[in-house]
Write a protein that binds this ligand. Sequence first.
Ligand code: FES
Ligand code: FES
Length: 154
Amino acid sequence: MTIRLIVNDRAHRLTVDSGEALLGTLRDRLGLTGPKEACGEGECGACTVLVDGGPVASCILAAGSTNGRAVRTVEGLAGAGDLTTLQQAFVRHAAVQCGYCTPGVLMVLTALLEEVSEPTEAEVRQALAGNICRCTGYQQIVEAALDAARAVAS
Ligand code: FES
Ligand code: FES
């Protein structure tokens, strides 16, 4: 089937297979390799992107179901080379180690911060519940998110 997709503010017209997952469309057809494949079953969050502003596991979302929708990947966060406030906070807090989980984590936290201007630590941890990080123990990620929220609010 042919779909129209807006990815990181650019419109695309693509022919996709019926069983094709959005993750494959983004990575293999559009060259957006920020979203990662790990579990491939919707359990780890490495492939998380935003569809119409909400986080989804792109490994289990049919590309065909995104016809006419807006997708944002980690590549769409930094405009003109400038890191977002959240990305800068990740650097300051050493919230990136191997980095494999980072694109998905950034997307769920971006969605949270766009919805809740000053989330509590519990809200940040709840938002991260579907994202597995094997490296950081989550503490630096949580601190970075809270720091970014404070910076945006001030
Ligand atoms: S690769 Fe999609 S949730 Fe794990
Ligand atoms: S930084 Fe390595 S899995 Fe999260």
